[in-house]
Design a protein around this ligand. Sequence first.
Ligand SMILES: [Zn+2]
Length: 166
Amino acid sequence: MQNLPVLRVGEGHDVHRTITGRQLMLGNVPVECEFGLDGHSDADVLLHAVIDALLGAAGRGDIGDWFPNTSAEWKDANSADLLRHVWTALSAAGWQIQNLDCTISAEKPRLGRWKPLIRDRVAELLELSSEQVNVKAKSGEAVGPVGRGEAIAADAVVLIVGKPTT
Ligand SMILES: [Zn+2]
């Protein structure tokens, strides 16, 4: 057997309820919006989906295993810190990211002008080039919790590469 690099794919999904009086954070970017998202941490739905995709690819469980929402330690946590914590552990284990593709599903706000900012910030957090990250935005087509503006959802898929096994 040749020592081929190990490739692993992971997916992540998250959804948070919309709530007034909180700053909307998407990919660690504060997005102008009349509402934010409810949650134990800063409720950055995109970074939570990215964290789950990374953990899924590496076979390391899920975000709830790493950061229990019953833990006071992570209350109002900055999700960028959670992402850095996870990625530090995975990169120490030899994993590198090939590419990351994400979709944010939100009826409001319209994210067109925010997409490049979010992409660049997520790339920066993971020490990637912007070309390795893609951020897509969809509306909820006026149906379901996303379409009624009750929630924002995010999905992420990541491909990671590990050292060849000997
Ligand atoms: Zn979440």
